[in-house]
Design a protein around this ligand. Structure first.
Ligand SMILES: [Zn+2]
Ligand SMILES: [Zn+2]
Length: 347
C-alpha cells in the first residue's frame, strides 16, 4: 500500500514537472503555440443543413455587462450569412461562434440607435481582410445612406492606410467602403430561390422608421423584432413563425433601479430609465400575443436591463411562462429543413 502511494506521488511529481517544462520553457511554449495556430487556421466553420440563428448580442444600452454584447443576431444557412444589427462588442461573439465571416452577404439594420450600428466598421474591416470581393451591402429603412456615408467618411483614412500597406491587389480600395441599400418597410427586401427577407414597421417612438425582419428559408422562419413595443404589425408579420426574437423590458427589474437611482440623487439617469419604458416591449405583454399568432418559440434577446446574474434573471422572468427563453450571448437555435424541430444550444 505504501509502495503504491509512493509510486502515485512520483507519477504526480513527474506530470507536474512535464507541465512546467511545456508551459515555462521556450521549446514547450513554441510547440503549444504552433499547435494552436494550426488548429485555428485549419478550422472550418460549422455547417448545418437548415436555418441557424445565433444570438451575437443580447444586451441593450442600459447596463454594460461584460457578459453581453449589444444587439446582434446572425442568420446562417449553407448558402447565406446575414447579420441583423451589429451593436458594440458583437464582433467578438461573431468570432467565438465561428461564423463564416468570409462569406457575409450583408447586414440588415433595424434602426439607427447606436447599440444597433456601433460595430459596422469592425464587421466591414474583418470581412474585407478575409477576401470579400464586393463592397459590404448594409440594408435599412430610410436614413441608412446617411449612416453609411458617415461611417465611410470616418474610416476613409483607415482604409487608405490598409490599402497602402498591403497593396491594392489584396485590399482593393473599391471594396473598402460599405454600400447603403435603402428600402421601404412593408416589403420583401431581399430574395433568392431559397430565402426571403421581409421588413415590417414596428413601434419605437420617437424613432421612425424602425423595422423588424422576417426571414423564411426552406419552410422555416425566424422573426427579429429590433426595438419595439408589443406591435400589432410584428405579430401580423410573424404569423406561424417558428422562432421570434423579441426586445423585452422588465418592469420588475427596472422599477427598483429607478427608485434606487432617484433616492441616491443620481443625476439624469432616473429620467432616462423612465423614458425608455414606453418604447420597449414589457416582458408581460408578449406571450399571449405570440401564442395567438401561432409563434412556436418566443425568445427575449434585447434585454432591458440585461440581468447581470441569476438572481436578476429570476426577477426578469417573473410572470413569464417557462417556455419563454431569455437569450444569452451565443445562444443558438437550429431549424432543420424538412422538420419542425427547434434545436436549442445553450451557450
Ligand atoms: Zn436598442
Ligand atoms: Zn432603439
Amino acid at each position: 500500500m505504501k509502495k503504491l502511494f509512493l509510486a502515485l506521488v512520483v507519477i504526480a511529481g513527474l506530470a507536474a514537472l512535464v507541465g512546467v517544462i511545456v508551459t515555462r520553457t521556450e521549446v514547450g511554449q513554441n510547440a503549444l503555440f504552433e499547435r494552436a495556430m494550426q488548429t485555428q487556421f485549419a478550422r472550418t466553420p460549422d455547417t448545418f443543413d437548415g436555418l441557424r440563428v445565433v444570438v451575437c448580442g443580447s444586451a441593450s444600452p442600459l447596463g454594460n455587462s461584460p457578459e453581453r454584447a449589444q444587439a446582434c443576431i446572425a442568420v446562417v444557412t449553407p448558402e447565406h450569412f446575414f447579420l441583423f444589427d451589429v451593436g458594440a462588442r458583437s464582433p467578438l461573439r461573431i468570432s467565438q461562434a465561428r461564423l463564416p465571416t468570409n462569406r457575409l452577404n450583408g447586414v440588415f439594420i433595424t434602426h439607427y440607435h447606436s447599440d444597433h450600428i456601433a460595430a459596422l466598421p469592425d464587421v466591414n474591416l474583418t470581412t474585407w481582410v478575409q477576401g470579400r470581393s464586393a463592397p459590404l451591402p448594409v440594408y435599412g429603412p430610410p436614413g441608412i445612406e446617411r449612416v453609411i456615408e458617415g461611417f465611410n467618411i470616418a474610416y476613409e483614412l483607415d482604409r487608405s492606410y490598409r490599402t497602402a500597406h498591403h497593396g491594392e491587389e489584396l485590399l482593393p480600395p473599391n471594396v473598402g467602403p460599405m454600400q447603403a441599400v435603402a428600402f421601404a418597410p412593408g416589403n420583401v427586401v431581399w430574395q433568392d430561390e431559397r430565402m426571403t427577407i421581409s421588413a415590417f414597421a414596428v413601434e419605437h417612438p420617437p424613432i421612425a422608421p424602425a423595422v423588424g425582419y422576417r426571414i423564411d428559408y426552406g419552410g422555416r422562419s425566424v422573426v427579429i423584432s429590433g426595438d419595439t413595443n408589443a406591435a400589432d404589425g410584428l405579430f401580423a408579420a410573424a404569423q406561424n413563425a417558428d422562432l421570434v426574437l423579441h426586445d423585452a423590458l422588465s418592469r420588475a427589474m427596472l422599477d427598483p433601479m429607478i427608485e434606487g437611482a432617484t433616492s441616491a440623487n443620481v443625476p439624469v439617469l432616473p429620467q432616462i430609465m423612465n423614458d425608455v419604458i414606453d418604447y420597449h416591449a414589457d416582458t408581460l405583454s408578449l406571450p399571449d400575443a405570440a401564442a395567438a399568432a401561432g409563434i412556436r418559440q418566443l425568445v427575449y434577446y434585447h434585454l432591458v436591463p440585461a440581468p447581470p446574474n441569476s438572481i436578476a434573471e429570476a426577477i426578469f422572468r417573473r410572470g413569464l411562462p417557462d417556455s419563454v427563453i431569455l437569450a444569452q450571448d451565443l445562444h443558438t437555435f437550429d431549424l432543420p429543413t424538412g422538420s419542425s424541430d427547434i434545436i436549442v444550444h445553450e451557450p
